[in-house]
Design a protein around this ligand. Sequence first.
Ligand SMILES: Cc1cc2nc3c(=O)[nH]c(=O)nc-3n(C[C@H](O)[C@H](O)[C@H](O)COP(=O)(O)OP(=O)(O)OC[C@H]3O[C@@H](n4cnc5c(N)ncnc54)[C@H](O)[C@@H]3O)c2cc1C
Length: 394
Amino acid sequence: MTGAAHPTLIVGGGIGGLTTALALAARGRPVHVLEKAAAFGEIGAGLQLAPNAMHVLDRLGLLPEIAKHAVYPSRLVWMDALAGEPITAVDLGAAFRARYGQPYIVMHRSDLLAVLLAACQAEKLIALEADRAVVAVEDLGERARARGADGTAYDTELLIAADGLWSSVRGAIVDDQPIGSAYVAYRGTLPIERMSSHAGLDNVVMWVGPDMHFVQYPVRRGELYNQVAVFRSPRYRPGHSDGRDDWGTVEEFDAHYAQTCDYVQGCARLMARDKRWPMYDRAPIAAWVRNRIVLMGDAAHPMLQYAAQGACQAIEDALCLADRIAATPADLPRALASYQAARAPRTARVQRTARDIGDFFHLAGAAASARNATMRRRAETDYAPLDWLYGHKA
Ligand SMILES: Cc1cc2nc3c(=O)[nH]c(=O)nc-3n(C[C@H](O)[C@H](O)[C@H](O)COP(=O)(O)OP(=O)(O)OC[C@H]3O[C@@H](n4cnc5c(N)ncnc54)[C@H](O)[C@@H]3O)c2cc1C
């Protein structure tokens, strides 16, 4: 069974896939999105969006809708999770906005997905198909073909893999696997009334400690409070634990957080324990393209979440890809090569930085004390080290 030929097929309707659909449609290109879940939606909790992503969302005209759901935090605060004391902060106020031209926001993932989905549904050039898992792709030279589980084949001029960390399409370009980090996250939201304040409920607060960190911030106009508890599992064994659920357990969570200050322990106790997210990334790759198949988002550059940039980078990819295609619409190979050249080095740097940030968060003993002493000397408006990341305009 062969479906109609599509100018552009996007495999995966997450944040990356839907943003790409909007960016392409805004430049007049029809798009068909295939999503394996029964409905378009997001699980998980909060999302931080830095100015580099906000520029793209602004270019796509989405900021008025996003503003209805977002929170604009005052500061990013680093706290010592054992001592309960401040380490440093980044002021997100007027000087930050003036420097980067956009604010730093936090919001519920499902709210962002709902904004993207509504915009896609309002766009005639975008067709959305849920409950459509792609089980195979074929490189046909000047075309590509995706095959659904029921055998339906979708032929296309351009197949964009936006199918995330566990991308099956990526196998058409590179033979690699996600790399387990031994860290696991528990996350969820609570009504904000249930929280007591320590470092400011309107801030993004990052508690750091030995082999752990704990992130807190408000979402959904400040009605909900998002918490992410991350720790290293002592039971994780590289190559043996992947795909198993006998590591990063609730017992390990409680045992690891027993060393933290009373406030962190109290907040962590409020969290649901029914689902855990093992943390994986992959090594950066330089080649994202094979003829008419191209990678984007986590399918191209999955990273540990420690820089809070995975979705931001997917959003940057989306606009870059659409702009390059619009620049040479009759020459897709050139457009794809130009997209890859623009995006691969930058996202590789973010992937590596995310790992480094994790190592820095998770220090213990004398190394942690030295880190804290160094960080305490920086000014809250010392933005220069952030310029390469937040100052990027796609
Ligand atoms: C704990 C945690 C916190 C994070 N916090 C942040 C943050 O604050 N800021 C930030 O920028 N990033 C953050 N990230 C990273 C961010 O979540 C990801 O980078 C982002 O979701 C990637 O978007 P994507 O669309 O590329 O992939 P995904 O969100 O994984 O979407 C992929 C989509 O493809 C679909 N799919 C998969 N396979 C198929 C198939 N075969 N056929 C059809 N459809 C398929 C999936 O169902 C899904 O809808 C965080 C990640 C974690 C784990």
